[in-house]
Unconditional design. Structure first.
Length: 353
């Protein structure tokens, strides 16, 4: 009933916006289908047999009324549930200052705010391990519910982007037999709010280069009723990111430093990083190489709760752009997780509509 009511409210809102703005309103979206197979050693036996799967259907709309903006992104999952992944109101004071209130992508690094749930947009089939969404076993909250102030300004040094945000603190909840992060959409079980910052510059002296830093600080509580392995942790995530695009080559990378302090004041430091190189042979053919790594402290109660493991993955892929709205990607991956290693093979057809 809640899902039906949510969709009904969004449709009515969209209709009102369309009438008031004087033009037709359209939902846009993304969809994808895939096939994947792994060799012996994979931690999920289902993929050893080879599996076809359709991904999520991503429906979104964005509408502006003068300086006011509304954005909504609804995901219809493979299980048939409907999830509001993004839903915010925004106000543009100027190019130097924009306000967003609601649920948005946590501004950590470049990938998380550049690529949302539409897989046609991202260069690879899967997101790197460090920037997985919460329901995929992500290691930090990819979404935040709160207030985000952001902007950009052209200076003599180059284009400067910046922002700060405050939001509900995340929590750990049960999802089947696993535990995952949750962004606390409607309440906050933490005394203090989560806070974050981000800053990036595209220097005038070096064309096509962008470097940035960001951080996110929150108290994370284990809100599961059964077998909690932690009460809460104070978490600090720092990210350094770079993107460089000389000619047909695009080079990007991000490094994550994750510090967790338990209720007994014991500190645990872990890290994760990834690097991606793409090369546009033509407008149609784009080979790429992705390397990502996570190194987790074994006794960290936060990662124990999420069952996060050390992982190293090397992905060699090829993307064929059927058009600017549709693409086919093929990948071969070499995976090492804890004491296991295996290979994966995957194909995906993704489109925007």
């Amino acid at each position: 009933m809640r899902r039906i009511l949510c969709v009904f409210i969004l449709v009515i809102t969209a209709s009102v916006l369309a009438i008031s703005s004087g033009h037709a309103f359209e939902f846009k979206g993304f969809a994808d289908v895939s096939f994947s197979k792994s060799t012996e050693g994979a931690d999920d036996i289902r993929y050893r047999n080879g599996s076809f799967a359709f991904g999520s259907v991503d429906l979104y709309f964005a509408e502006s009324l003068e300086d006011v903006e509304l954005l909504s992104e609804l995901i219809v999952t493979s299980s048939g549930s409907i999830v509001a992944e993004r839903l915010y109101l925004g106000y543009t004071f100027s190019d130097e200052l924009k306000l967003r209130v609601g649920r948005f992508h946590t501004p950590l690094g470049f990938w998380n705010t550049s690529y949302h749930h539409g897989r046609q947009l991202q260069p690879t089939i899967l997101r790197p391990e460090a920037v997985r969404f919460e329901f995929e076993g992500g290691i930090f909250p990819a979404h935040s519910v709160g207030v985000w102030l952001t902007g950009r300004s052209r200076t003599t040094a180059g284009m400067l982007e910046y922002g700060v945000e405050t939001s509900n603190g995340p929590k750990i909840v049960s999802s089947g037999s696993n535990k995952v992060l949750n962004s606390n959409n409607t309440s906050d079980n933490n005394i203090g709010k989560a806070v974050g910052f981000h800053a990036a510059i595209s220097p005038a002296v070096m064309e096509n280069l962008k470097v940035g830093v960001s951080g996110h600080f929150a108290r994370v509580k284990d809100d599961t009723a059964t077998a909690p392995v932690m009460k809460d942790v104070d978490q600090a995530v720092y990210v350094a990111a770079v993107m460089y695009s000389p000619g047909n080559v695009n080079i990007s990378g991000e490094y994550f430093a994750i510090g967790n302090k338990s209720e007994s004041d014991k500190k645990y430091n872990s890290n994760a990083y990834f690097g991606l190189i793409t090369y546009a042979l033509t407008e149609k053919w784009v080979p790429y190489l992705l390397y990502d790594n996570m190194s987790i402290k074994k006794d960290d109660p936060y990662f124990k709760a999420l069952k996060t493991k050390d992982v190293t993955k090397t992905t060699l892929g090829l993307r064929y752009n059927i058009s600017y709205r549709s693409s086919v990607k093929g990948e071969v991956r070499a995976v090492e997780k804890d004491n296991n290693d295996w290979n994966e093979f995957a194909l995906q057809w993704a489109l925007a509509f």
